[in-house]
Design a protein around this ligand. Structure first.
Ligand SMILES: [Zn+2]
Length: 123
């Protein structure tokens, strides 16, 4: 997912986030020796973890009652030659700092962005 929301911009210090989404049960979350977690918005559905040494965006966890627990890992955290899937869509495109010229779906606004996000997980 490519997320253009203002929190992702701030957290990633970039125009948008480029994250891979995993089921949390498939991920080993690094300990607080390596990652410090912060919540940028209440309620704290998403915790965002940065490297304790360099501050780089490292991992995000999503938790909400009745929904699957998810972990997002920035594409930049993978090795340069890792075989990563192509992005599926843009979300919060209305918050973009620059237009993107690609063929991917561009979801705007909170509701449509959230629906798009969960649609990819469930179907
Ligand atoms: Zn975002």
């Amino acid at each position: 997912m490519l997320c253009h929301c203002t929190i992702c911009q701030k957290f990633n210090q970039a125009s948008h986030a480029d994250v891979l989404v995993f089921n949390t049960r498939d991920i080993t979350t690094p300990s607080s020796d390596y990652v410090v977690f912060k919540t940028y918005k209440a309620p704290p559905n998403v915790k965002r973890g940065s490297c304790v040494k360099c501050g780089q965006a490292a991992i995000e966890t999503f938790s909400f009652p009745l929904l699957p627990k998810l972990t997002m890992v920035p594409a930049a955290m993978f090795a340069a030659d890792a075989d990563l899937p192509d992005p599926d869509a843009h979300m919060f495109y209305d918050k973009r700092v620059a237009d993107v010229d690609d063929e991917l779906p561009k979801h705007q606004g909170f509701i449509k962005s959230q629906l798009a996000f969960f649609k990819h997980l469930w179907f």
